[in-house]
Design a binder for this molecule. Sequence first.
Ligand code: PRP
Length: 213
Amino acid sequence: MKEQLTIAMPKGRIFIEAVELLRKAGYDLPPEFDDSRKLILDIKQENMRFILAKPMDVPTYVEHGVADIGIAGKDVMLEEERDVYEVLDLKISECYLAVAGLPNTKIQDVAPKVATKYPTVASKYFREQGEQVEIIKLNGSIELAPLIGLADRIVDIVSTGRTLKENGLVELEHIVDITSRLIVNPASYRMKSTEIDDMVDRLSVLIEGEDAS
Ligand code: PRP
């Protein structure tokens, strides 16, 4: 019998692109799926259960094995450092992590303040650059920090660049390109390899096809 797969999906921006990708790969996800407020969605015809989590929490569900599979941004993977397999680059939700700030500001502090939702990534980046900084952890609207004097710089996601532009900020350094990844719980990969390999194969064929076109 086919094993049921539980998939942790990130609520928000990535969700729409991830659902579209799964549909293109042939998964029959009903239209109600797109705007449901339910946090657990059982798709009987596919023998799949979807759980809808905050993007930053997806690797936690997968690491603990309550989800077999998850879709998580590389930014989240770098920040969370969870014990999961990253099996496929889904090549959706492309963006990048960057350092940004107000234009033409001279930073005089020994340890300038950097506001970010990504303290681990930011600390590692500045350590590698040999720069001493003070990290201030925020949970969103990071661009606000330099505007009101909470921080000298920010480390945040840039997608279209609109948020930086509309808030008068400029990009200073490019840190790393980001796309969404398919992640798998190691024990699930052993126990449900047929179903998981099938999903990886279907998605890989699709992604390679889209890359070639
Ligand atoms: C993200 C990110 C930037 C913005 C970048 O925030 O943190 O603020 O999107 O996108 P852009 O380059 O297309 O403008 P999000 O909207 O996810 O909300 P948040 O501020 O709560 O993190």
